[in-house]
Design a protein around this ligand. Structure first.
Ligand code: PHE
Length: 433
């Protein structure tokens, strides 16, 4: 198709891909999922998965986009028209991910406001629970976050995203480092580090494995078409393998930094690591309340987290929007509007599942938790599995096309064809049973 967007340089593509990867998955989701699955054993499993197994579908997803130069549905259809359905699964997963991601985006806006207004809170856990049950403000904030992301999606891939990434990411890393130093100096910080790095092997179980895999895919944005779509905007670039390493490196660094910042504080303030989705929102204010000028840093931290979430949110929305533009021949504006309406409706349901709709349970989970579990632990692994099979058997993608080292290329081929599909399938089946 003519007039497809494309990146202005390799650098801008890498920045956007890192922007997509580094987001709420690293700072909000990673600590809370790790806290629910036993700390160090989860971390070890996650690190092994992210540095070995995840590299393969990550590279394959970028390669499918780059080779076919199409959005998800078209890319799969190029291989075989019968695969259209599997292509369609990507934008559908995207809409579902967006719907709970934007709820958390809304919470962040509220916390920026708290920092700026020097708001005093006695009990942060209590505050978080009361706030998330408050229908009107939370719904408005989720929509506000959606509108912010949609604004950039509407403007197209090049404008906006690149600039936001260049300045915000380094600044965010700097603040994180500062907070780590502070967190490590708190009394009993040692216990947090032990929780994170000293494995208790009795905590190993299949659920933990499934959740570590889900988290690794989620945080790298694999299995939802975001990297495929971004990859399809690459014109000339032979080194997508290097891009894949870079994405993994930065993403893992941000997750580790978030963990080292949060866990010592959790233990120091006597909080519960397994307390769920509110973990970061409850722990961080305790840290800031101990620091001089804490409020300024509080607001700045959440502002930067907002930008990190924004660049991920934009990439999530780009998937269904690109599909509507290329498949239905919608204008970008019309596609954005349609996706806005759908995501807004599901987001509001997810937002309300903390309050008004708290009694509605799907498989014993609230709407929010169900969307989170369904996408990260089921749909993304299934999409990643299909992706590997399509790349190896359909598009005949070979490691030697991207990897210089012959042995690594061969390992990549075996991984893509057999190992990863079998592991993904096994983890999915065992985890679900
Ligand atoms: N990787 C993003 C994060 O960690 C979330 C995301 C998932 C973005 C899937 C795009 C696709 O926050």
């Amino acid at each position: 198709m003519e007039n497809r967007p494309s990146w202005s340089s390799r650098y801008s593509f890498i920045l956007a891909a890192i922007g997509s990867a580094v987001g709420l998955g690293n700072i909000w989701r990673f600590p809370y999922i790790m806290g629910q699955h036993g700390g160090a054993v989860f971390l070890i499993t996650y690190l092994i998965l992210i540095t070995t197994i995840c590299f393969i579908p990550l590279l394959a997803e970028l390669a499918i986009g780059k080779i076919t130069q199409k959005e998800c549905i078209g890319a799969f259809e190029t291989v075989n028209p019968k695969l259209k359905f599997f292509g369609l699964m990507n934008p559908i997963t995207g809409v579902l991910v967006a719907s709970f991601y934007f709820v958390v985006g809304g919470w962040i806006i509220n916390y920026i406001y708290l920092g700026l207004t020097n708001f005093k809170i006695e009990n942060h856990a209590q505050y978080f629970s009361t706030f998330t049950q408050n229908t009107l403000p939370t719904c408005i904030l989720s929509l506000l976050f959606l509108i912010a992301c949609m604004y950039f999606t509407l403007r197209g891939v090049k404008k906006g995203i690149e600039c936001a990434n260049k300045i915000m990411m380094p600044l965010f890393a700097l603040i994180l480092l500062g907070l780590i130093v502070f967190s490590l100096s708190l009394p009993n910080a040692q216990a947090g580090l032990e929780y994170m790095f000293k494995p208790d092997f009795s905590k190993i179980n299949t659920q933990m494995f499934l959740c570590a895999l889900g988290q690794a895919l989620f945080t790298l944005s694999i299995g939802m078409g975001a990297l495929l779509t971004y990859g399809s905007y690459i014109k000339e670039d032979k080194s997508i393998a290097k891009s894949a390493y870079t994405i993994i490196f930065f993403d893992t660094m941000f997750a580790l930094m978030a963990g080292i910042m949060i866990f010592p504080a959790i233990f120091s303030f006597g909080l519960e690591p397994s307390s769920g989705a509110g973990l970061v929102f409850i722990t961080l204010p305790y840290i800031f309340s101990q620091i001089s000028f804490g409020n300024v840093i509080f607001a700045l931290f959440f502002l930067l987290l907002f930008f990190a979430a924004l660049t991920s949110g934009i990439s999530i929305l780009e998937v269904p929007v690109a599909s509507l533009i290329e498949r239905m021949k919608y204008s970008r504006a019309k596609a954005c509007f349609v996706i806005f309406v759908i995501v807004a409706i599901i987001s509001i349901l997810a937002t309300l599942s903390f309050g008004l709709l708290a009694d509605i349970l799907i498989f014993k989970k609230s709407i929010f938790d169900f969307l989170d579990f369904l996408t990260a632990n089921i749909l993304m692994p299934i999409n990643a599995l299909v992706l590997c099979l399509v790349a190896s058997f359909g598009l005949k993608i070979k490691g030697e096309m991207f990897l210089e080292n012959k042995i690594v290329a061969k390992l990549f081929d075996i991984g893509l064809r057999y190992v990863i599909p079998i592991v993904l399938f096994g983890v999915l089946i065992v985890g679900l049973i």
